[in-house]
Design a protein around this ligand. Structure first.
Ligand SMILES: [Cu+2]
Length: 133
C-alpha cells in the first residue's frame, strides 16, 4: 500500500460523502409545506386574514390578538368534507394574549372551501375560510 493509493482512497470516500450530502439536499424537500398565520381578533372580533389558501400538508397558525378568548370550529355544513372539518377543529379556547395553536391540513384533505368560526364570537361575525387547493 503506497501513499498514492491511500490518498486516492480517502478522496473516493470524501467524494462519496459530498455526493450523499448533495443528494439529500436535492431530494429531501419535494413541495415544501408552508405555514400561514391568522390573528384571532384584529380590528375587532374577526380573523385576519379572513381567508387563507393552502395546499394539503400546510399548517395554519392561529394566534390571539385582541379580545380573547378565541377558538376555531369548522362548520361541517359548510365544507367539502364534513369529517375533515371535524378533525381540523380546535375547540379549546385560547385564553391568554399571544397564545397560539397550529392546525395542520392533512395530506388527504379534499380541495374546497372550509368555513370556520369562533364559538364565543360567531354571533359577532367572527367567521373565516380555509381554501384547500
Ligand atoms: Cu373569538
Amino acid at each position: 500500500m503506497g501513499k498514492i493509493s491511500s490518498l486516492s482512497k480517502s478522496i473516493a470516500i470524501l467524494a462519496s460523502v459530498v455526493m450523499l450530502v448533495i443528494s439529500s439536499l436535492v431530494f429531501s424537500s419535494p413541495a415544501e409545506a408552508k405555514n400561514y398565520q391568522v390573528t384571532m381578533g384584529a380590528g375587532g372580533l374577526q380573523y385576519n386574514p379572513k381567508k387563507v389558501t393552502v395546499q394539503p400538508g400546510d399548517t395554519v397558525t392561529f394566534k390571539n390578538g385582541m379580545l380573547p378568548p378565541h377558538n376555531v370550529m369548522f362548520n361541517p355544513g359548510k365544507s367539502p368534507a364534513p369529517k375533515i372539518s371535524k378533525k381540523l377543529s380546535h375547540t379549546k379556547l385560547a385564553m391568554k394574549p399571544g397564545e397560539s395553536f397550529d392546525i395542520n391540513i392533512p395530506d388527504d384533505a379534499k380541495p374546497g372551501d372550509y368555513e370556520f368560526f369562533c364559538v364565543p364570537h360567531r354571533g359577532a361575525g367572527m367567521v373565516g375560510h380555509i381554501i384547500v387547493e
